[in-house]
Write a protein that binds this ligand. Structure first.
Ligand code: 0GY
Length: 290
């Protein structure tokens, strides 16, 4: 693990908020263990190992019924750790892979049978070398045959440049971490209003109202992030997902307590109906009903 890397919380609190039965943690990762699933040679960071067993124990501790496990950049396009975790979880997990452009339909089909339902396009420059958009467009076409969607990760300053690309995709698109807004600017700033307009204009675009720990300027109090997530949940109740982002790679400010992250949910989804959509109906529709 990198010298300045902060390992995940060793003993997160039991949340005060009890998630409804069947709830899905729709954004989390497994890392290694490196002796079995080595990190990718081109990775930009080396994390602390975070095994499938540790993920499943956290799922149970927090009260979730299932996970969506997202391939992280430190494993590149080698999805072995992800597929191993999906295999170990059975019906209790689905996956988001990162794949090479020349992947065959039969390799994709095999991933599908293990629970993969999406590919991730990562535009965050500190995490990956850039990929031409034409390559991503071709991949999006390829996975459409399986009914897969696209998970997209970028940071707020990159949105204007990415909008035409996103509008060319007709798969369902899920944008990670609310497009990573600068919360100091407030929800009324043109940057976040641009993000809201994108979701208003394109009904195939969803987002994860996740990562207050990455976005806050006042850790470990996440109240500055709440208005952003709550606006999205209230305006687009059928197109939002929630996830812990365990094991929280590349945190610099603090180590989040996953129990406290769960306690943010009722602040961003204040009614039982909104909580049900966010935690059950939406992820089940996207990851389990196909
Ligand atoms: C996240 C966030 C990060 C890392 C990755 O693929 C990744 O390595 O997604 C990050 O550093 O912001 O979604 O887990």
């Amino acid at each position: 693990m990198d010298a300045n890397y902060l390992p995940f919380h060793a003993s997160p609190a039991k949340p005060q908020f009890q998630v409804p039965a069947g709830a899905v943690d729709a954004h989390c990762h497994v890392f290694g263990p490196a002796d079995k699933f080595p990190y990718h040679p081109k990775r930009k960071y080396t994390p602390c190992d975070a095994s499938k067993e540790q993920l499943f124990a956290l799922r149970d501790h927090l009260g979730f019924a299932a996970n969506v496990i997202v391939q992280a950049s430190c494993h590149g396009t080698d999805n072995a750790a992800l597929l191993d975790a999906l295999n170990g979880a059975g019906d209790l997990a689905r996956g988001v892979a990162v794949v090479d452009p020349d992947i065959s339909q039969s390799q994709l089909q095999k991933m599908h049978s293990l629970g993969v339902r999406a590919v991730r396009f990562n535009f965050v420059k500190r995490l990956v070398d850039s990929t031409p958009k034409s390559v991503f467009l071709a991949l999006a076409e390829k996975v459409k045959k399986l009914g897969w969607h696209i998970v997209v990760y970028f940071e707020a300053p990159d949105l204007p440049e990415l909008i035409p690309f996103l509008q060319q995709l007709d798969n369902i698109i899920v944008i990670d971490h609310m497009g990573r807004p600068d919360v100091a600017k407030g929800v009324n700033h043109p940057d976040f209003q641009r993000f809201l307009k994108l979701l208003t204009d394109c009904d195939n675009i969803w987002t994860k109202v996740s990562c207050p720990e990455r976005l806050t300027l006042q850790a470990p109090d996440y109240s500055d992030v709440v208005p952003f997530a709550r606006t999205l949940v209230e305006q687009f109740p059928d197109r939002v997902l929630w996830g812990t982002d365990w094991p929280h790679p590349n945190m610099k400010s603090h180590v989040p307590d996953d129990g406290h992250l769960v306690d943010v949910i009722p602040l961003i989804a204040p009614t039982a109906a909104l909580q049900r959509k966010l935690l059950i109906d939406n992820p089940r529709r996207l990851y389990w009903d196909n």
